[in-house]
Write a protein that binds this ligand. Structure first.
Ligand code: TRP
Length: 363
């Protein structure tokens, strides 16, 4: 049998069927145990990490470390998977990390043809208040735009001296100028907090960003004089499409949920179509029980909508023992859970928008 190709392209349609092979290929390991373990780690939303020992030590010894992530303003909304990244940032922020969230406007200009002005507008009107609504502390988060951070672009130029053409092609599969531009800018992002203070850092990202992490660690090692700590990363899984047909990255737009969703009726319609682990007939399901392991409704509840472990366990058990059938289960857990999630988001979003003047920006 032919080996399955592990295809990870930060700008393409990434498809991962085999997380174990991917982890081996990229030198990742399973998520370690963390103090006050976050829900995402415990439930396996984050399935792998790389180079996290320095950060773990810093947390335990109450030393300085940072957490940084970036998001492209490619749309006027965000994907549900982005909420996971923000949850990760929130966790490390609560553990004491100096927190940086950047708007990747240079990257979305280069790779998505979204102008710098448009990117900024989207960020101010939607993305930044959305990240605050999802739980970031407005007083403790340092935001910036790639296009406005000189340290980042200077560091990008320095990083560009440390990689050969062949290495770049081997990691990214291309030498397209817009990818080269974006990749080096991202390296500048990831390392720049250490210009002020050398400290361990964690970069929470979707698995599609694995090539950037690999590259920046190599580059940091080669910038010996700078004495950078090699940045670590925690990786989260793609959210499945609602029909269960594929795992997607942020770049794909079919069969998925966004934040926000237009209205409850559309939301409910979409969720009603979610793939479940139900059996062929009612009788069979009552006898054998359902299959939460392959159920997308369960996955969405576990990853996003049901934060209460007891409630999630109840959903699981009632499925397993055939007590609750799929239609009822969807209504009770998935649809109600999602409505609650979105209602809560909308409320916090409005509030965050009113407070946009209090957001801290790095100049
Ligand atoms: N490339 C990321 C994306 O596709 C955005 C990004 C830019 C980023 N710089 C970063 C992510 C630094 C993590 C760290 O959305």
């Amino acid at each position: 049998m032919q080996e399955q190709k592990v295809n990870v392209d930060p700008w393409g349609k990434a498809l991962v069927q085999d997380y174990t092979r991917l982890m081996k290929e990229f030198g990742m390991k399973e998520i370690s145990s963390y103090p006050n373990e976050s829900l995402q780690f415990r439930r396996g939303v984050n399935f792998a990490e790389q180079g996290m020992q320095d950060v773990i030590n810093a947390i335990n010894e109450k030393k300085n470390f940072y957490c940084l992530t970036g998001i492209m303003p490619s749309n006027t909304q965000i994907h549900l998977g982005t909420a996971t990244v923000i949850e990760n940032v929130k966790y490390f922020q609560e553990m004491g990390a100096k927190t940086y969230v950047l708007i990747a406007d240079v990257e979305s200009q280069a790779t998505r043809n979204v102008s710098i002005e448009e990117g900024k507008k989207r960020a101010m009107e939607f993305h930044i208040p959305a990240y605050i609504a999802l739980g970031l502390d407005i007083k403790k988060t340092n935001f910036y735009f790639q296009s406005e951070n000189k340290e980042v672009s200077n560091l990008a130029a320095i990083c560009s001296q440390k990689i050969t053409e062949n290495e770049f092609r081997a990691i990214y599969g291309s030498l397209h100028p817009s990818k080269v531009m974006s990749a080096f800018t991202q390296m500048g992002d990831i390392l720049h907090p250490q210009l002020q203070e050398r400290m361990p850092g964690v970069i929470p990202v979707g698995i599609d960003q694995a090539p950037h992490i690999r590259m920046v660690r190599d580059v940091a090692r080669r910038l010996g004089d700078y004495k950078f700590f090699l940045p670590g990363a925690v990786f989260n899984k793609y959210t499945s499409s609602l029909d269960g047909s594929f795992k997607m990255s942020k770049n794909e737009s079919v069969g998925k949920l966004d934040i926000p969703e237009k209205n409850e009726i559309d939301l409910e319609k979409k969720l009603k179509k979610a793939f479940t682990g139900g059996r062929a007939t009612k009788e069979e399901q009552q006898k054998l029980g359902g299959q939460p392991e392959i159920c997308i409704a369960f996955e969405y509840c576990k990853f996003h909508f049901i934060k209460d472990d007891k409630k999630l366990d109840e959903m699981y058990q009632n499925c397993k023992n055939g007590k609750t059938l799929c239609g009822e289960c969807k209504q009770k857990y998935l649809i109600d859970g999602a409505k609650e999630f979105y209602k809560d988001f909308d409320k916090k979003f409005e509030n965050a928008r009113k407070n946009i003047g209090k957001v801290k920006f790095i100049e």
